[in-house]
Design a protein around this ligand. Structure first.
Ligand code: NI
Length: 168
């Protein structure tokens, strides 16, 4: 299974809202498998389809230490958020080496279709809740930097651009 290229800002696909998936087919199943391999290899705990230049509402996540409980989410949506919020450091495979503290609801309920097109609900808190919100944001063209002040966001984007220049 091939590793997929992960986009970085300012690639336009990262900012574009993704389209809902109408039907699960072999190509979509393969995409999710490739996304998981790419995510584990990176290594990361979540990856959204727009990050690999696919504008569809698909996310893969595995927040376990053992890296053996992949979750494939199709058309995921947050249906409930806790009033309680918490601040924690986040990173993103599209912003390698960049981290910032982001305030988000501590717990969420997320509904989605699994890879067999069965309707599922996850009630999550802590790291999984944070990861779900971060990845679903990607489907709406939102990066974690969009939750920061313009000053912090621009600092991170400048550092990322500089990092790319050094590597090139
Ligand atoms: Ni991300």
């Amino acid at each position: 299974m091939p590793l997929l290229d992960i986009l970085q800002p300012p690639h336009p696909t990262l900012k574009r809202p993704a389209e809902p998936v109408a039907a699960v087919d072999d190509a979509l199943l393969r995409l999710m498998d490739d996304m998981l391999v790419t995510m584990y290899e990176a290594p990361g705990i979540g990856l959204a389809a727009p990050q690999v230049d696919v504008g569809r509402r698909v996310v893969v996540i595995d927040t376990t230490e053992e890296k053996n409980q992949p979750i494939r989410l199709i058309n995921p949506a947050v249906t409930w958020r806790s009033d309680e919020r918490a601040i924690a450091e986040e990173g993103c495979l599209s912003l390698p080496g960049q981290f910032a503290e982001v305030k988000r609801p501590v717990a969420v309920t997320v509904s989605y279709l699994d890879e067999r097109e069965a309707e599922r609900v996850i009630e999550a808190e802590g790291l999984l809740a944070r990861c779900l919100q971060h990845e679903i944001d990607h489907l709406d063209g939102i990066l974690f930097t969009d939750h920061l002040s313009a000053l912090k966001r621009n600092m991170i984007l400048r550092r990322l651009a500089k990092q790319r220049r050094v590597k090139a």
